[in-house]
Design a protein around this ligand. Structure first.
Ligand code: ZN
Length: 246
């Protein structure tokens, strides 16, 4: 910089050229706003991701905050029961229908895999079970798989609390569904969501040491995997912290 200033002064260009130091992004812009702000400083290209940046209207935002508040309350309840304060909710966005909700039950079950998201997926499977039991599962098969948490620990709920209204979702348990989680899912839960063909994931708080949807890994956008899904982080993060979630 000093050499440049010296050369400008020598060439008597100080009235024409006034150099300054500015920071530029090392990454490509992800939003139109970033692109507009950065391009005067540095040449760059931008291809807008229509689906990712479609934005939410007021009604969608109201629905999302309602579901996340329910997840936060469920996590608070879990904490009062001596569990980790983590919870998750599955919603069918086409009908705004609650499919399942669950909190972490690792302490109560003494089972290291009973994370909130895993429990929630198991609860979604339980919603489909009546139709499967009737048509597919032989009567000699145990009704409860080994890793499905006890019914008392999972708040499985349909919109009208009627198991008769269970809607089979096909081979993939969470196909097209939204997950609302108080915390960023770990690698195990993220892979379970991927295998279940989740549509979108919203979480409030990032998990800086184990998070697999943005913090430590990006499972939802991993090249080579056969399913990708959208992730929105930070929804009601302040409310989650105020509620005592960590
Ligand atoms: Zn997990």
């Amino acid at each position: 910089m000093e050499l440049l200033l010296e050369q400008i002064a020598t060439a008597d260009l100080s009235q024409v050229i006034q150099p300054r130091v500015v920071k530029v992004s090392r990454y490509a812009p992800l939003t139109r706003a970033q692109f507009d702000a950065w391009r005067p400083l540095w040449p760059m290209n931008f291809r807008e991701h229509r689906e990712r940046f479609a934005g939410f209207n007021e009604e969608e935002l109201a629905c999302a905050t309602t579901h996340m508040r329910r997840a936060i309350q469920l996590a608070v309840d879990a904490k009062e029961q001596g569990e980790s304060s983590m919870a998750a909710i599955l919603v069918d966005p086409t009908e705004n229908r609650l499919v399942a909700c669950a909190h972490d039950t690792r302490n109560a079950d003494g089972h290291p895999l009973h994370h909130a998201v895993m429990n929630c997926i198991s609860a979604a499977a339980a919603c489909q079970r009546p139709s499967k039991e009737a048509s597919e599962i032989p009567p000699t098969v145990d009704e409860r798989p080994v890793d499905v948490p006890q019914k008392r620990d999972i708040d499985t709920a349909l919109a009208d609390d009627s198991p008769d209204k269970a809607v089979p979702m096909g081979a993939y348990l969470c196909n097209g569904l939204d997950l609302y989680a108080t915390h960023e899912p770990c690698a195990m839960c993220s892979m379970a969501l991927l295998h279940s063909r989740i549509g979108r994931v919203f979480y409030a708080l990032p998990s800086t040491t184990t998070g697999a949807l943005g913090s430590c890994y990006r499972v939802h956008a991993q090249p080579g995997l056969n399913h990708k899904f959208l992730v929105y982080r930070g929804l009601l993060a302040d409310e989650a912290v105020q509620a005592g979630l960590e």
